[in-house]
Structures are given as C-alpha cells and as structure tokens.
Design a protein around this ligand. Sequence first.
Ligand SMILES: [Zn+2]
Length: 55
Amino acid sequence: MKGTPSMGKKSSGKLHIMCRRCGNRSYHMKRGECSSCGYGNSSKMRKPQTMRKRK
Ligand SMILES: [Zn+2]
C-alpha cells in the first residue's frame, strides 16, 4: 500500500454522536471531541455556539 489509504473501511458503527454542548451530531466518539465546537478536548475550542460572551 502506498500513500494514504482511502476511506473504504471506515464504517464501523457511528462515530459522530450528538454533542452535549452544541447539540450538533459532531461529537467524535473515537477522538472524544466535537468537531463543531471542540467539546471534549480542553486544549482547543472551536467557537462554542452556546454561552455567548459579549466582550
Ligand atoms: Zn459540539
């Protein structure tokens, strides 16, 4: 095999479940973080949709 294998065998259960913070189905179970708001991973935050702070 050369290069990166294409995503052929990726369908093993559902990876994205509903996020607790933003409510989107973007919480990656394997990674343990939401790809939408970054919930789960405290290192990085992807503009959370909830708790909006006005400056
Ligand atoms: Zn989220």
